[in-house]
Design a protein around this ligand. Sequence first.
Ligand code: 5AD
Ligand code: SF4
Length: 465
Amino acid sequence: MEKYELTEQQLDKLEQMTAAYAARLGHVPTAFVQTFGCQMNARDSEKLAGILREAGFAEGADETADVVVINTCTVRENANERLYGHLGHLNSMKREHPGKLIVLCGCMMQEPDEVERIRRTYSFVDVVFGTHNLYRFPELLARRLGGEKRVFEVWDAPREMVEELPKKREVPYKSGVNISFGCDNFCTYCIVPYVRGRERSRRPEDILEEVRRLAADGVIEIMLLGQNVNSYGKGLEEPVTFAQLLEQVAAVPGIERVRFMTSHPKDLSDELIAAMARQPKVCRPLHLPMQSGSSRILKAMNRRYTKESYLALTERIRAAIPDIHLTTDIIVGFPGETEEDFEETLDVVRRVRFDSAFTFIYSPRTGTPAASMPDQVPPEVVKDRFARLLSLVQSIGGEESLRELGQTMPALVEEADETHPGRVTGRLGTNVMVHFDGDPSLIGRIVNVKLEEKRGFYYLGTMTE
Ligand code: 5AD
Ligand code: SF4
């Protein structure tokens, strides 16, 4: 695939249009990027914010900004309905705010029916683009600012691999890095392969170059991002495994922590388990979406593993990495799910003892095979199962996630504790937060903290150095 780099000219053009927009408004225009959905979207939003900053926008605090960009998610139906509700609200704000612009992008824009609905019914939406042409944002926004009434551009497939975009990081000391885009798995409930396209891996040289640049810029924690990081490297000229990439990233000077998501259980290799066990910089949470504990439902979901193989995998992981913290995603109410199937899910939760689990009510997505499967589960049954699952997950998570009580562990200081002056909040490798006495000048540093007291889902501790 061709490599694409945003040119100076494209940014210059947007900068000129932004200056003219500022003159019309009578102030420096503000822009606010609102993100829904996953880490991939969060990373894309940083790119959008970076472009806006380069073009001369100031950062808006909320949707009262002059330009509001909404990076949408479509993985569940209610995400779409919420967006439409939200748009109504933005429209009334726009009526009282001359020059306000509304931009929509992200996964939902890859669904032709939704774009058509926006085109017809939401005439106040100014710019629409999708996930495959995100990097055309400067040009599309420049066209709108230059006087075109509405600018809609969505591609149904990726055309280039984008390497260079300005990015505005949320925080200076940690950053996400995309390693692959798209997904080839076609789980039968999931819209992602349709809206994000086929899986493409970035070249390891390009990833490492980005990590080196981030490290030089003060980043100490990297989150490697892909829909299925475990199948990274397929289709590259010189195939590289995810485990090899992980070790190379961890070896970059200045990088102290590496995280990654998401892992498909069917592709998680023993090589990766060994690499994690060897490499202390790789943080210990492992997110391993199980979706269901019933082999029959897993088959209908096209997950290509069984209850038994999932359990065996988690046992291999725990044996090799005793301090691992396992987390997961679970869907309740997939078509045809019986009480027995659901009991199998509860059984896996009890046996694996996840630190935390994202639990979802199954949502039929038009265009996916599961949406037209028979035996959709009645909502009241799903609600009851969901509540039972949630309570189990929470009680186990409360015990497991704080099992390091009494130990001294490194924590990355992320913020001052707003409610307690003189105290700061740090994140452990396990993702659990710890509050302790400290000065805000520690923000962005990793310090050792003794974990002294459990409070709900976090610790209180004392810094030991
Ligand atoms: N309904 C409910 N949950 C879903 N997910 C993906 N698609 C659906 C759907 N149609 C969940 C899966 C996935 C997570 C990101 O979202 O659990 O791992
Ligand atoms: Fe969706 Fe399955 Fe791909 Fe995850 S692996 S993005 S659930 S199709």
